[in-house]
Design a protein around this ligand. Sequence first.
Ligand SMILES: Nc1ncnc2c1ncn2[C@@H]1O[C@H](COP(=O)(O)OP(=O)(O)OP(=O)(O)O)[C@@H](O)[C@H]1O
Length: 404
Amino acid sequence: MTDTVDEVDMPYDDDASQQQKIEALQERLEVLESQNEEMRDKLLDANAENNKYQQKLERLTHENKKLKQSPLFVATVQELSSDGVIIKQHGNNQEALTEVTDEMREDLEPDDRVAVNNSLSIVKQLDDETDVRARVMQVDQSPDVTFADIGGIEEQMEEVRETVEMPLKSPEMFEDVGIDPPSGVLLHGPPGTGKTMLAKAVANETDATFIKMAGSELVHKFIGEGAKLVRDLFELARQEEPAVVFIDEIDAIAAKRTESKTSGDAEVQRTMMQLLSEMDGFDDRGDIRIIAATNRFDMLDRAILRPGRFDRLIEVPNPDKEGREQIFKIHTRSMNVADDVDFEALAEEITDASGADVKAICTEAGMFAIRDDRTEVTMADFHNAWEKIQQEDTDDEEVSRTFA
Ligand SMILES: Nc1ncnc2c1ncn2[C@@H]1O[C@H](COP(=O)(O)OP(=O)(O)OP(=O)(O)O)[C@@H](O)[C@H]1O
């Protein structure tokens, strides 16, 4: 806001002479000029400081970008000494003394996992190893899925029983005949068709521990970490024998090699090589069976399909009409279904639905009854449920198109 003349506090009294007024104003002008000079100096200093910080920010942003681009290694903090931080690298077990920023040092403790760059500087702190393991591996000592819970894929069920269950239950049969049971079984087909259920049911049937590993979770950006998790997975399976190891979304680590040679690709390759080498040493593995699953069979690197690896391929497709009817009956076993419900007619209507879709329709139909304050689920509820699920799918597709 600009001061008006009226508001300015004049440096003279009203009754002062003209000469006195001029002198007082002259004096005030000098003071203001010197203050102005002082302010200008301060502003120049602040600008210089600002430039300095701006440059530092640019340098750090650049450095940060560089650090993120280059591959990172995992290490464990051994000791915080006055000379720096002693770390032990995973993989080669070598110790090194490294420096960290004061802020990071405050947060570090011995046994913390850290990511280090090529020059062994600590770039960031990592989650606890057990957290990573828990995220990547799920262990279920006694899964509750049985073959009676699976509908519409009898042939596939039979094949899984023959290739996974028989070697666990009657290994002597294979010995007597003189053949090796298939090492790994690969289930492939669209999402929600019962691949995970098959693996769980076989573990249940053989009293084996079910160990699931999600391939997508294995794709870590830290060198050696994916391969180590694969080693840990098989180590865990050996401890838990008999065990069914289920590797879901195997395409995440076993996709065909692309042209790009980024460090991320190399790391995925290393993880896959570790998996292949664990599978190649399979003879000694005793009571461990491996089942992998993928929705993207066409993307797989053929190396994993060689004899002695995933050499039994089982396609698990969407159920046909009879299959859908059977799955309806399975999922409504404990539901209070009205007499007018005709599963055959429903199965006819929901062409292309997966087993997971049928399960979702049953749950949603139950919700319609609850919303209506009824305990019996009617044919109209099933119809409404299917409509709602289709609508949700369309909405999802629109959202993904918008954000694609
Ligand atoms: N054939 C089936 N019989 C009975 N229920 C099924 C069948 N297929 C799928 N379901 C239902 O759908 C759910 C999801 O199935 P599941 O996780 O086995 O599918 P998936 O093939 O492993 O899917 P994804 O490829 O997405 O991992 C199951 O918990 C079950 O309720």
